[in-house]
Design a binder for this molecule. Structure first.
Ligand code: ATP
Ligand code: MG
Length: 296
């Protein structure tokens, strides 16, 4: 099965916080994915690709070994893997904007903390021992790191460690355990990675096609198409107000000499305030529409 070298292999988290959004991203690139959640692999019906559903911790290994050419994984897992390798074996192609969290140092409420020096001599429980040690080394601090594979937030209560270093998104788990985040080791989100092992020409071609679709999907997220009318003398001021748009299209209006239609793709959010400013600068008939697909 893995010997099918005419297809691309993409490693995704089987079930967990990244799995739904990873599948959704691929669906938005037009992939029709067969199979339910319990299979370990799934063929894409309409594209020469196969998905491998694995534990997120295994994704960096699969991709750097070249078993899968691509993978979607959190930067936290990726950086912990990379810290233990001489050559990481993958490259990061894109930040995907989901799975956001931070790896943070936390301690029981009331613990004194004024910077990393407060960790000197302490015990820190974590599932990310290499990243935690790298953080300590960066600050020249000596402390002991206790590796736990889960339920790290219980460590202070059990007397295993005075501090923990764990993933936080809303902070609700910390709060529920009477802990408070005091420092940040890493900000993380899901990323798309590619093996550094070489591809043959056939797979390089399909990989380019897939990447251009993924980049298109990422570019449309948060992008809007904006259309408005304006007099020639106001065009410069209006163009400066269009958020994240670099060359608007300007079209003369046939029945109104000196007036133009302006069309632009805005890569940033378009707020009501933006529309009010555009109007103030002389724009009229302003229309903002969502973009469904984009190929750059
Ligand atoms: P697996 O069974 O695949 O090993 P897991 O239990 O290690 O799963 P999940 O809890 O599903 O992992 O988290 C997967 C990833 O989601 C994390 O590595 C991280 O990148 C991201 N993430 C986003 N928010 C959080 C959070 N609040 N806590 C933990 N991980 C988060
Ligand atoms: Mg895991």
């Amino acid at each position: 099965m893995l010997a099918d070298r005419s297809r691309l292999h993409i490693a995704l988290q089987k079930s967990g916080r990244l799995s739904d959004q990873s599948r959704d991203l691929l669906r938005e690139t037009g992939f029709r994915i067969q199979s339910g959640k319990n299979s370990l692999t799934a063929r894409v019906e309409n594209f020469p690709a196969e998905l491998m559903f694995v534990r997120d911790d295994d994704i960096p290994t699969f991709v750097s070994d070249g078993v899968c050419e691509f993978g979607i994984v959190g930067q936290n897992v990726l950086e912990e893997f990379a810290a233990g390798q001489e050559e990481p074996g993958y490259e990061v192609l894109a930040e995907l904007g989901f799975g956001r969290c931070s790896l943070r140092i936390a301690a029981p409420e009331g613990t004194a903390y004024d910077g990393p020096q407060s960790l000197a001599g302490a015990r820190i429980a974590t599932s990310y021992p290499l990243l935690t040690r790298a953080f300590l080394a960066r600050h020249g601090i000596k402390a002991s790191v206790v590796k736990m594979s889960g339920a790290v937030e219980l460590a202070p209560r059990l007397g295993i460690a005075g501090f923990i270093c764990d993933l936080v998104s809303t902070g609700a788990t910390l709060e529920a355990n009477n802990l408070r985040a005091v420092d940040t080791v890493l900000e993380s989100q899901a990323v798309l990675i590619r093996t550094t092992k070489p591809f043959d020409d056939a797979r390089a071609f399909i990989a380019e096609q897939m990447l251009s679709r993924i980049n298109g999907v990422l570019a449309t997220k948060g992008s809007k198409y904006i259309m408005l009318n304006a007099a020639g003398e106001n065009l410069r001021a209006i163009a400066a107000l269009l958020p994240g748009a670099d060359a608007p299209t300007v079209i003369p209006l046939r029945d109104r000499p000196g007036h133009f239609a302006v069309h632009a793709v805005c890569q940033e959010s378009v707020f009501w305030e933006t529309l009010e400013k555009l109007k103030g600068a002389g724009a009229s008939a302003i229309l903002v529409v969502p973009i469904e697909k984009m190929m750059l």
